[in-house]
Design a protein around this ligand. Structure first.
Ligand code: GLN
Length: 192
């Protein structure tokens, strides 16, 4: 049974944990540095990327997770989690940092503010159509050609990646944990 952490500082931790348990993972709530030990994978949930970043710094998780990412830990960032993994944040706070584990530039609230939140079917390579819930979602504006793009979405301004993978690091713009479709979580857990 793979041991999968969910960064549990802020955001939709409960929903991710429930879905990971459903697909057969042993779930660990990561609140302190020690909780990062012995993990096969880690989910960075959606929420507020500035708040999660601040809490990662004050808890001491930031440098340890940075080292684990370099060592090849599998990490799946959704929504705010994608922002935290990106190499460049557009429209971020001036002091906002990120792990630079995904070679892409992401725009915070790139699909619009809360009122512009939407649901759309997302066609995922190897899985098929899944429901995509976009809430103040980050938009991937530019990306490296060696990034694996697993799903694109056209929100009226051309195709933008919404699910990507770069080796062991995965990111998506939407919220797979807020639906009853657990296939993305299953795909991640099966990759561990
Ligand atoms: N816009 C949020 C941020 O910048 C992310 C939204 C989300 O995770 N639902 O952190």
């Amino acid at each position: 049974m793979p041991r999968v952490g969910v960064l549990a500082l802020q955001g939709d931790v409960r929903e991710h944990s429930a879905m990971l348990a459903e697909v057969g993972a042993e779930v660990v709530a990561v609140r302190q540095v020690e909780h990062l030990d012995g993990l096969d994978g880690l989910v960075l949930p959606g929420g507020e990327s500035t708040a999660i970043a601040r809490l990662m710094a004050t808890s001491g998780i930031r440098p340890v997770l940075e080292a684990r990412l370099h060592e090849g830990l599998s990490v799946f960032g959704t929504c705010a989690g994608l922002i935290l993994l990106s190499s460049e944040i557009l429209d971020g706070r001036s002091d906002q940092w990120s792990f630079a584990a995904l070679p892409l530039a992401v725009r915070r609230n790139g699909y619009g503010r809360q009122i512009a939140s939407f649901e759309s079917v997302v066609e995922v390579k190897g899985i098929g159509a899944i429901p995509g819930v976009f809430i103040r979602a980050p938009k991937i504006e530019t990306w490296s050609s060696d990034l694996e793009v697993l799903a694109m979405h056209d929100h009226g301004d051309g195709d933008h990646p919404v699910l990507v993978r770069y080796g062991a690091v995965w990111g998506c713009s939407f919220h797979p944990e807020l639906t009853s479709d657990d296939r993305l979580h299953r795909l991640f857990v099966e990759s561990l």
